[in-house]
Ligand binder design. Sequence first.
Ligand code: C5P
Length: 232
Amino acid sequence: MGKDVIIACDFSSGQETMEFLEQFGEKRPYVKIGMELFYAEGPAIVRQLKERGHKVFLDLKLHDIPNTVGRAMKVLSRMDVDMCNVHAAGTKKMMEAALKGLIREDGSRPLLIAVTQLTSTSQEQMEQDILIGRPMEEVVAAYGQRAKEAGLDGVVCSPLEAPAVHGQLGAEFLTVTPGVRLAGDAAGDQQRITTPARARELGSDYIVVGRSITAADDPAAAYDRCLQEFIG
Ligand code: C5P
């Protein structure tokens, strides 16, 4: 599985997204469409980015009853996305329904990964707000185990947890890791963060980088730096 840097296009319109991507010239980075952009533009933005030649991770983090998620995934499967996700907290049954819904008529499907604990959640917040009193690494690996049993391809977690996930669930089980900052950039609301270089050492498969690229003075240069540090 090829390692890559995925840019989180957390913008509120297609126009803003296209203007941002124009700064990358001929390059077609792997992009992530999250709730903000998808709620603003709908499936059209996916088509537009795919037509332009980008790989697309549709990050809608579904979390509902199995029937609802399965049916929603069936609709999402019509879009030519490369990766999409659910919350592992929705249970193994929900993840199984998601996977089933995602399989297209020709048998193909996008990668499906499960969010374990958001990278904005600290150990303390997990204990106090979500009432989970176990170490973060253990929680992430246990959620990953459930996702693997459901047939998913990997998890979303912090790079800090990638070694535990790969150690327990195998090198092939993907770790898609947000919570990445170029050295010197502000953490913002993220809690469990590393640099792209450290994410590489820890064995992340894909790093998801938002503000370190989107808020940089020169986004294309920041992207190149991420690629250089993460892939070499
Ligand atoms: O700007 P920043 O690099 O923090 O953006 C990270 C992106 O990854 C955001 O779009 C956020 O929604 C997403 N994400 C995350 N933590 C997760 C899953 C997704 O930060 N566990």
